[in-house]
Structures are given as C-alpha cells and as structure tokens.
Write a protein that binds this ligand. Structure first.
Ligand code: SAH
Length: 263
C-alpha cells in the first residue's frame, strides 16, 4: 500500500464474534483514515481504529436502506481520491451477498486502487457456532450458499424465491445454507418439499450466529416455520437444510450423556 496515495480496502469483518476477523483485516482497520461500515459489523472492531478515524455508518436493515449503494460508491471514491486509506468493512465475507464485487467494479472503472480481504462468511461461522458440519463423510458431499432474497436490488424487495432455482437446488446439493431467508421461511420449505426434499429433512436456524446471544432452533421442513414463529425468530439468521443437522443432535446427545455421567 502506498502511503499518500488513496486506496480502498474492501474487507470482511467475519460473522459476528469480533474475534473471527482475520489478522490482515484487523491491520487494515488499525491503519484506516476512513471506515465505512455496515449494520452487521461488530461495533467492537471499530475500537481498533485510530481515534481520529472518520466512521461512516452505511446501515442496511432488511427493507430499510440507510445509504444507497450509489452514495456508498461515491463516498468511497471521494475519500480515496483525497489520498486517504478507506476501509470498507462488511459483515462476513465482502463477496458473499455483500456487494463487494459492485464496489470493486466501480472503483476499477474510476481508476482507483482497491484490495479485497476475505472474511468468514455467515454460513461457515454460524454452522461452526451450532456444531453443524456443512459436509460430513457419508452424509453430505456438497453445500451451497443461497440467498432467498432478491434484496440485492436497491429497493430492498424480498419477494419470495425470485431468481432462486429451488427446483434444481432441492435435488442437487446436499446441504443448503440459506441467507436472508427468515421472512420467507415457509415458502422456502414448501418449495423444497415440492421439488422432492422429504418433509422430515432436518432444518436448523441460527440466529445471531457466533455471538454471545446466538440461538439455534431445529426442526424439519414441515414444522420449522411454526417453531420459528413460536420462538419469535429475528435477524440476522441463517437457515441450514440437510441431514448434517442430525450431527449436531448426535453431538448434543453425547454431551448430555457425558454430563449425566459426571453429574
Ligand atoms: N456478506 C455476509 C452476508 C450478508 S447478507 C456474509 O458473508 O456473511 C446478510 C445475511 O447473512 C443475513 O440475513 C443472515 O442470513 C446472514 N448472517 C449474517 N450474519 C449472521 C449471523 N451472525 N448469524 C446468522 N446469520 C447471519
């Protein structure tokens, strides 16, 4: 990185637990002149920035956008053009449903230097937080990260399953890790059953994965919607569909047996 010449570091903050950021991303936060950060970024990470750093909150709750994507692009470019080191800090990984690619394209088109620093995406973080292996020998040899939302559009519309080929995904991938799916849980489950997933396929939903307030709900494609409603499930939450969810249950059983023996 050339000091004095502006640039943008598009970095992943990891899935929630601030300790899950990479060393490289943390260094970029420490060096930054300006930080543009999203809603799902742990505020704790901003403590590592220099006291004089300029912090810009970019918001983005489901259905409610604080700063438009165009405004974010312009702000990144404006500060970097003034010779500053700008950090664009995003939850999880910047290139997984994070619009990091769009920001890189915009900067490249305007001749601005940028780099991308990956992060632990929610599927990886939340699965680990819930003791669910996304692949497991004899049970699952593939997983897919899917967004249930078309909210990649500026209006933030979350219309059901738009653009997602549930017909193909249902039968071709063992484990599905579904992002932004809470508001459409029932439609997703119905679609998967319609396209051939057994109704008793296990499902886990991890709310606030890897944080101190993580909650894990489990059920099946048939009953998870009622379970989530009863538990007043909120955001952010990741849905995991597949037989691998049973491994969590096995682990829990073994843990309970061990505790009873000790007790
Ligand atoms: N770039 C991010 C994803 C942004 S989309 C990444 O790589 O993780 C936002 C969605 O990610 C949320 O709606 C939710 O489905 C998921 N998500 C983000 N953080 C999460 C967390 N701590 N626990 C569970 N799901 C999370």
């Amino acid at each position: 990185m050339n000091r004095g010449q502006g640039m943008v570091s598009i970095i992943g903050a990891g899935p929630g637990d601030p300790e899950l950021i990479t060393v490289k991303a943390l260094r970029r936060i420490e060096q930054a002149d300006v930080i543009l950060y999203d809603r799902l970024v742990s505020e704790e990470l901003l403590q590592y920035a220099r006291p004089e750093v300029r912090r810009i909150y970019c918001g983005k709750s489901p259905g409610l956008h604080h700063m438009s994507q165009q405004a974010i692009h312009r702000t990144l470019l404006q500060h970097a053009s003034a010779g500053l080191h700008v950090v664009r800090l995003k939850g999880g990984d910047p290139l997984v449903f994070g619009r990091g690619g769009e920001e890189a394209l915009f900067l490249q088109e305007h001749g601005m230097d940028y780099e991308i620093v990956p992060g632990v995406t929610a599927a990886i973080g939340a699965a680990a937080g819930a003791d669910i292996p996304l692949t497991h020998r004899g049970i699952a040899t593939s997983f897919a990260c899917v967004t249930a939302s078309r909210a990649q559009s500026e209006a933030g519309s979350e219309s059901a399953g738009d653009g997602v080929r549930w017909d193909l995904l249902a039968g071709s991938v063992d484990t599905l890790a579904i992002y932004m799916g809470v508001s459409q849980l029932q439609q997703i489950c119905t679609e998967l059953v319609r396209y051939g997933r057994p109704a008793d396929t296990p499902v886990a939903i991890i709310e606030n994965g890897t944080t101190a307030v993580q909650r894990v709900l489990t059920g099946t494609l048939e009953d998870i919607h009622a379970i989530a409603q009863a538990a007043r499930l909120g955001n952010p939450a990741l849905i995991i569909v597949g037989e691998v969810v049973r491994v969590r249950e096995q682990l829990m059983q073994i843990r309970q047996q061990a505790q009873t023996m000790i007790g």
